[in-house]
Design a protein around this ligand. Structure first.
Ligand SMILES: [Cu+2]
Length: 109
């Protein structure tokens, strides 16, 4: 009896949290392997973030939004990742600093 009570109390506490979570900002994953971004093109919502993770054996990379006139970020090595939040809608082209042929696109709706 007491346990059933506790369970419904927990449900009441958790349901609103779950509901808001479904609407909240998402984190998307991009894998870097064999000098390629997977996926190479991605569409996300305003406020979402992307995490690029380096899955190479020994090669470092950067995620550089060069057209935004930004400075190239630091290299990140196998097992490391780079994360960025996108708060403005638009189309964002990026590339890897040391490997100009590695390019990707982020669409923010
Ligand atoms: Cu690279």
């Amino acid at each position: 009896m007491k346990q059933a009570h506790l369970f419904s109390l927990l449900l009441l506490l958790f349901i609103p949290t779950l509901a808001t979570h479904a609407d909240s900002d998402q984190r998307h994953e991009i894998k870097i392997q064999k000098y390629q971004f997977h996926p190479q093109e991605i569409t996300i919502k305003q406020g979402d973030s992307i995490r690029w993770t380096n899955h190479e054996k020994r090669q470092y990379h950067t995620i550089w939004f060069e057209p935004l006139d930004e400075k190239e970020p630091d290299y990140f090595f196998p097992g490391e990742s780079y994360e960025r939040v996108f708060n403005q809608p638009g189309t964002y082209h990026y590339r890897c600093g040391p490997h100009p042929k590695m390019t990707g696109v982020v669409h923010v709706k």
